[in-house]
Design a protein around this ligand. Structure first.
Ligand code: NAP
Length: 481
């Protein structure tokens, strides 16, 4: 018996001296995974693929699963969403139960979950975003890219947002793949997006867009940009828009040349070739999508709404791989009525869970949750973006969750105390009269979305409010009764 055995269960244990080893048929390992995005599903999958007998409950705040795959991946990147077939297979495994519409910290506390389960894996992703922290950031017309992404993807939290697409000049700050997604959705024609699962409210608003110039602004140079080359290349295939680059921005300093020739930075080399290709193309009358390097906004101006962005020219300082942007003092003011900051996502603190505010992640050591002094938080684990920060592609979360689950399994001797698991959760939520959404309920919501999509010749028309989602499951239940 390990040091973390809790007193609460010692009576049961003393009586239950015949109890089988944890993780066997007589004593299944009961784990709650909080969050049903990629990292949550991959944690569940890793548990299913272990040699142990397990019971896995996936707890999700919204009625609908899949997190960032549903609400982050751009609607015109349908292929990336095909991973939901894998997640569906996991959810349908008889050892797994989905508890949708249950919020950690509101409907149930972390303390309650660790009392109910042998282990709890928090995989809630990065639900906030980084700010620029400059003057004027509160002006109307200044938005987090995350909110725009949530809006066009029909996230219930963002469905009622308004983005003033009557503005002609848009600035997108940050040079990662989210920034590219925002630029692509702003620049694709409504006809190109119509057949996707983009939210209807977004399609309607984009149909009236007057945007005619976009600036994708990065504080560092073309070799340091975070885009992946596949996404960057796609900007060159837009029907009505042309990527435009100042050739001077492609003149590299010695450290950047060194980075460009680093065999570990193959993406940077590919990006550079693509950017050179963009720069060589003469302007052909399509609308310009400027890729502005070595610039950063230092203040945003306007009365109550954004009118102009003051940008400061940057230069790179430091050795290869560690170059940082430094202000040169050279400033330019550019008119712009709409700005999206796309400078990274950030995890949000949850009640009762140790949080590293500087990094925006749950405090952890290799996925084991620890407090500020490094002491283990018994039974609590974390995986995905809330564990390591918002980096990597969907598949990166698989390895991350596999690693966390391996730590949990290493800890089995410390997790032995009896736990009621699913029965206790079901009973507790029943007492609270919580409307729990099962995976079968989700499948009926999905069916409504597919049917509505078919009527509109779209892949799907998502339901964009929790009440609509719950109503869809009620209708399905009545029909089945
Ligand atoms: P990201 O890749 O980390 O890019 C963030 C960008 O913001 C960088 O260019 C960074 O520049 C810049 N930045 C940060 N702080 C700044 C500041 N204070 N002022 C100015 N610029 C600042 O983040 P992301 O675009 O949010 O993407 C998150 C993850 O999701 C990434 O791993 C991404 O690849 C992935 N993703 C993938 C896809 C896809 O596969 N299609 C789509 C979307 C997202 P510095 O480098 O100078 O810090």
């Amino acid at each position: 018996m390990g040091p973390m055995r809790d007193a609460a269960n010692s009576d049961t244990e003393m009586l239950d001296f015949t109890r089988a080893e944890l993780g066997t048929a007589g004593n299944p390992l009961k784990v709650a995974v909080v969050g049903s995005g990629p990292s949550g599903f991959y944690a569940a999958e890793a548990l299913l693929q272990s040699r142990l007998t397990v019971e896995v409950d996936i707890i999700e705040r919204l009625p609908v699963p899949y997190g960032l795959v549903r609400f982050g991946v751009a609607p015109d990147h349908a292929k990336l969403k095909s991973v939901t077939a894998v997640f569906q297979g996991i959810a349908r495994d008889s050892r797994v139960r989905y508890f949708g519409n249950v919020t950690l910290g509101i409907d149930i506390s972390i303390h309650q979950l660790t009392e109910m389960y042998h282990g709890v894996v928090v995989s809630t992703g990065a639900s906030g975003d980084q700010r620029l922290n400059i003057e004027g950031e509160e002006l109307e017309g200044v938005h987090a890219a995350r909110d725009f992404v949530g809006w066009y993807n029909g996230h219930p939290d963002c469905a009622s947002y308004h983005f003033d697409l009557s503005q002609e000049i848009v600035t997108v700050v940050g040079q990662g793949n989210v920034a590219i997604d925002v630029c692509r959705i702003l620049s694709k024609s409504v006809d190109e997006l119509r057949g996707t699962d983009i939210a209807e409210h977004a399609l309607d608003a984009l149909a009236g867009s007057r945007v005619r110039e976009i600036h994708l602004v990065g504080r560092r140079g073309p070799v340091q940009a975070k885009f992946t080359s596949k996404e960057l290349r796609e900007l060159g295939t837009l029907e009505g828009w042309q990527p435009v680059i100042d050739p001077k921005d492609l003149e590299l300093n010695a450290a950047s040349l060194e980075e460009l020739n680093n065999p570990n930075l193959a993406n940077a080399k590919k990006n550079f070739e693509i950017l050179k290709g963009f720069a060589e193309k003469p302007l052909d009358g399509r609308r310009p999508l400027y890729l502005d390097f070595l610039q950063t906004p230092v203040s945003l101006g306007g009365d109550h709404r954004l009118r102009a962005v003051t940008l400061e020219r940057q230069r790179l300082e430091g050795d290869a791989l560690n170059q940082v942007a430094r202000a040169t003092g050279e400033r330019v003011v550019r008119p712009s009525g709409l700005l999206f900051r796309s400078v990274g996502y950030r995890g949000k603190e949850m009640p009762g869970v140790p949080f590293d505010d500087k990094r925006g992640v749950i405090r952890n050591k290799d996925g084991r949750v620890v407090d500020a002094s490094g002491q283990r938080f018994p039974r609590l684990y974390t995986s995905g973006w809330i564990k390591r920060g918002p980096t990597g592609i969907i598949g990166t979360n698989r390895a991350c969750s596999v690693d966390t689950v391996a730590r949990l399994i290493e800890d089995l001797p410390m997790l032995e105390a009896a736990r009621p698991g699913r029965n206790a959760l079901t009973e507790y939520l029943g007492q609270r009269q919580q409307r729990v959404v099962s995976f079968a309920d989700w499948l009926s919501i999905e069916q409504v979305e597919l049917d509505r999509g078919r009527e509109r010749k779209k892949v799907a028309e998502k339901l964009v409010s929790v009440s609509e989602m719950l109503a869809a499951t009620d209708v399905a239940e009545r029909a089945a009764a």
